[in-house]
Design a binder for this molecule. Structure first.
Ligand code: SF4
Ligand code: FES
Length: 393
């Protein structure tokens, strides 16, 4: 999903079946399918790995259909078609139709810029149940600059209107950071004007591309406080009209987020090349071998038995301070990808936790970056990133 952030997935319910061992986890009810890493946008906080899968590695139409059938058979109820930009795949309508035929609820997570009204209508006819469109701001100047795509904002507004005309439920995904947080009140109004059911106020999470762009994106503490107050006030005022989800950047928190609901507990996603992953950023952790849907193993076997899923499942892998901490079964030590990115060892306590020996240093670094002058983005692309020209202080 190129231009959206993924919220911690506490909201993704899990089917905990009664099984014989405590280590057995039920199949998640919702699964994220990253069907391609191709994307016309170049957002500097893209949640895709820095090493993107090229199109030659992508699963074929037949392989994705087989995956969809298998997911339905093992008890998955919802699939989120994501990317990169999922509409970059020519077979998207066919895949949505197949998902629908096997009984799956389908959500399209899109930047919207490649959609025509006709294609959106075809997707609706194929059984698409929900559309989520990401926005980079509330006006063309900033929004198109953040996405690195001229004309993108205008197109998103158009597609959002078509979505509602076709009677599809709409979620507006607003990815927030230092350079657009001042637009939050107008972003909420924009979601209302677009007749969205849901607004996701997702502060950027700092791994992958966002970590490379941290100095340009990190908000100040004051900005975040204001953002939280705005969300609290809007939730109250708009009760019954607009649901607002809120994801905060955990650098400024005392406790880390329960990332993905805990590693291998409530969530998995499938990469464009067919790797079954405990989270969208998992491939950034070196030394883990992720099984593919192209292997001889079933998806259920991979979820239950593969080494990568079991490595950080539960609490047995923890070192101090997590090992003896009273919160270890509440947050499961925070985010493994963030721990790896910031400490070099995914088994360390996530430095977002105040009990991590590195928390103070990281917090100070973030604070210094937030107060700094850097505004230039490193745009996401297959070449490893391109530095924005002429916008730096
Ligand atoms: Fe969570 Fe570990 Fe911090 Fe305890 S020490 S609060 S378990 S991250
Ligand atoms: Fe948190 Fe991977 S993004 S575990």
């Amino acid at each position: 999903m190129s231009d959206v952030t993924i919220p911690p997935s506490d909201s993704l319910a899990v089917l905990e079946k009664q099984r014989s061992t405590a280590e057995t986890f039920g199949i998640p009810l919702a699964v994220l399918l990253e069907i391609t890493h191709r994307c016309p946008l170049q957002c500097p906080y893209c949640s895709n790995p820095v090493e993107l899968d090229r199109s030659a590695k992508e699963l074929t139409t037949a392989e994705w259909k087989k995956v969809l059938t298998e997911l339905a058979e093992i008890g998955v109820l919802q699939v989120h078609f994501s990317g990169g930009e999922p509409t970059a795949r020519k077979d998207l309508v066919e895949l949505v139709k197949h998902a629908s035929d096997v009984g799956l609820y389908t959500n399209l997570i899109t930047s919207a810029v490649l959609l025509t009204r006709e294609r959106l209508s075809d997707l609706a006819d194929a059984g698409l149940c929900h559309v989520q469109i990401s926005f980079q701001g509330i006006e063309e100047g900033l929004a198109d600059r953040v996405g690195g795509y001229k004309g993108g904002h205008r197109k998103k507004l158009e597609v959002a209107r078509w979505t509602r005309e076709l009677d599809l439920p709409l979620t507006v995904n607003a990815v927030m950071h230092r350079q657009n947080l001042h637009q939050l009140p107008d972003m909420i109004q924009m979601a209302l004007d677009l007749d969205a059911d849901r607004l996701e106020v997702a502060n950027v999470q700092y791994y992958g591309w966002a970590l490379k762009n941290r100095a340009a994106l990190m908000p100040t503490v004051a900005q975040l406080d204001k953002c939280t107050r705005t969300v609290v006030e809007a939730r109250e005022r708009l009760k019954g009209r607009l649901t607002i989800d809120y994801v905060v950047p955990d650098y400024y928190a005392l406790r880390p987020k329960k990332c993905m609901g805990g590693w291998g507990r409530q969530f998995f996603n499938i990469s464009p090349a067919g790797k079954v992953l405990p989270c969208h950023a998992a491939e950034s952790i070196t030394g883990l071998d992720f099984e593919s849907v192209r292997s001889n193993h079933s998806i259920a076997w991979i979820w239950q038995n593969s080494e990568a899923f079991n490595r950080y499942r539960g609490t047995g892998w923890m070192k101090e301070p997590c090992k003896s901490c009273e919160f270890r079964e509440i947050d499961f030590g925070g985010c493994r990808c963030q721990a790896f990115a910031l400490t070099g060892d995914a088994a360390n306590t996530d430095p977002a936790c105040a009990l991590s020996p590195l928390h103070e240093t990281i917090f100070k670094q973030a604070e210094a970056e937030a107060g700094g002058e850097t505004s230039r983005f490193l745009y996401r692309n297959f070449a490893g990133g391109t530095l924005e020209s002429g916008n730096d202080a």
